[in-house]
Design a protein around this ligand. Sequence first.
Ligand code: GCO
Ligand code: MG
Length: 408
Amino acid sequence: MRIRSAEVLVASPSRNFVTLRLTTEDGIVGLGDATLNGRELAVASYLRDHVAPLLIGRDAHRIEDTWQFLYRSAYWRRGPVTMSAIAAVDMALWDIKGKLTGLPVYQLLGGASRTGALVYAHASGADLDDLADSVHARIEEGYKAIRLQVAIPGMGGGYGISSGRASGGRYTYEPAKRAGLHVEEGWDSSRYLRYLPTMFEWARAEFGPEVMLLHDAHHRLTPVQAARLAKDLEPYDLFWLEDITPVENQESLRLVRQHSTTPLAIGEVLNSVWDFRTLVQEQLIDYVRASVTHSGGITHLKRIFEFAGQYQIRSGSHGPTDISPVGMAAALHLDLAIHNFGIQEHMAHDRLTDEVFRTGFSWHDGAMHPGDAPGLGVEYDDDAAARFPYEPAYLPTARLVDGTVHDW
Ligand code: GCO
Ligand code: MG
């Protein structure tokens, strides 16, 4: 079953997405997500200019061999651009294999280990009242786990919060900004460290003990600040605290571990199993945040999760809006199949995105299921996509009070 064509599709239905479409000689189509937020065209070029010519004529059945070929033959290894490009090829090949066999991908991965993948949603607010409205909306939608972000009083700017209610009254948070290429936000770690425990104390009083609560610190704290925050949040029983320090310095998590039992999640900016060695072998984290789109696809993310599973660390796949519905489907198939599943992030896509990508996702009791269509179960509508050409968009920059660039 030879690959006949490899097309790179770039569209912006409310945000940019890069999608790879492989078609076999028999006309079987496979889709893969290659979206790298704010650097989309780099992956599009990597695929179009360097990978697509190598795929034509290859056997679509040979998923592992193609993965190893793309990874090893490039000589240059790892990194988000390379690993997102390989991821897209990998997802598209699993999609094709599913369609060829008539099975949903999770069946090819060993079958379902659970009835659905527990997902968490985002709630955010400009203040606590606003946050309460956002949390209630998520609870009404059926979510059992919710990530809370709130504007920090006196800090200026709105890290991690929605800029308003988008169409249909939904509170949406979309970090990549189209207007103006360099949006800047203020950051003050002291105010944040003082306010966050207050916010979680309020949240537990307001929403009770059952709802699973999460928070993302986006790599902004020093090791000692991180240890203090994790310790201060202990009474509020977080499901996890995410990206508490910059991930480049993995040893800094040792200090946090010495002071707190708040569960930690890290890894959305990492992209290979080798990047997780210290974090996993020293059991410095509880959840792996890698994404199927940026970590070499289903084949490689499965490898990362299985490595983590040897150390009682569970999965927590990255699933913001910059993971396309194709990436989300791939993540859900893997979530169903692996043993050490923890939770799946689900930041619902906009209505316009849903016009381009048609999914068969279903919901039950705070969990998602990818559906039983053969392959990944996502279709791409070229006519709808043609209405949404690429638009440059960038993630914001955080600056400290004195103007110093900080981690975003
Ligand atoms: C998350 C992430 C996102 C990222 C975004 C960057 O936990 O969902 O931190 O909010 O900022 O994916 O592209
Ligand atoms: Mg995050």
